[in-house]
Write a protein that binds this ligand. Structure first.
Ligand code: MN
Length: 242
């Protein structure tokens, strides 16, 4: 039953991506979308802010290497892995939903491409904190915003090795926190938890080592200063309606 529901949810998300207002036709007349879970663009997408935009919390040199080396490599390797296969031109949502049938190259690089794209969009400055329905849902699920931060921070600190911490909307429409190994996420059918990601934190050493070295907890503390809560709120709105 759970599995059935998950596939239904993914199907709806794919449909939503195709009817998004940003849909446009390319020269071949096929439909593409700029949605994060849609068909990957032909060119590596730009970072939505300057390398130094998140200083001093995330330093410019780390951002440059993270975006221009790590993220670009995931994108390039993913595009090469799907080229000439039935996965070419498919939305990421569809590829993730069938990930158990794909190669490690598709899983690691597809996840790496998407997770970073997602991460950049939930970073920014000048955001006071969650508001409106997201704020109410956080309080309802975790007790308070501080309790939520504590839960998320623990998930990020205790992820052994490389991976990600997430706030997501479960298939039961409740908020939850989880961490994932490597470049996995909860859109993949290989994930033990399923749902719609809302907020991501990269806890690979390459995300913080230049500035924070082995002090992952200091990097996680700094992260709370650069969360774009408006974007997280928009994702929550879209996810509860989906
Ligand atoms: Mn990374």
């Amino acid at each position: 039953m759970e599995r059935r529901k998950f596939f239904k949810a993914v199907g709806l998300m794919t449909a939503a991506a195709y009817i998004s207002p940003k849909v446009f036709g390319n020269e071949q007349g096929t439909v593409k979308t700029s949605s994060l879970e849609g068909v990957p663009p032909a060119e590596f997408p730009p970072l939505p802010f300057a390398y130094n935009a998140l200083e001093p919390h995330i330093d410019a040199r780390t951002m440059e290497i993270h975006y221009d080396k790590h993220h670009r490599a995931y994108y390039t390797n993913f595009m090469n892995a799907v080229k000439g296969t039935p996965l070419e031109g498919k939305p990421l949502s569809e590829i993730f939903a069938g990930m158990s049938k794909q190669t490690d190259a598709v899983r690691n690089n597809g996840g790496g491409y998407y997770n970073h794209l997602f991460f950049w969009k939930n970073l920014g400055t000048g955001s006071a904190g969650p508001s409106g329905e997201l704020s109410a849902a956080i309080t309802k699920t975790f007790g308070s915003f501080d309790k939520f931060k504590e839960t998320f921070t623990t998930a990020a600190k205790t992820r052994f090795g490389s991976g990600w911490a997430w706030l997501y909307l479960g298939t039961d429409k409740n908020l939850a926190v989880a961490s994932s190994p490597n470049q996995d996420n909860m859109l993949m059918d290989t994930s033990p938890v399923k749902g719609t990601p809302l907020l991501a934190l990269d806890v690979w050493e390459h995300a913080y080592y230049l500035k924070y070295q082995n002090k992952r907890p200091d990097y996680i503390d700094a992260f709370w200063n650069v969360v774009n809560w408006e974007e997280v709120g928009r994702r929550y709105q879209a996810a509860v309606k989906g």
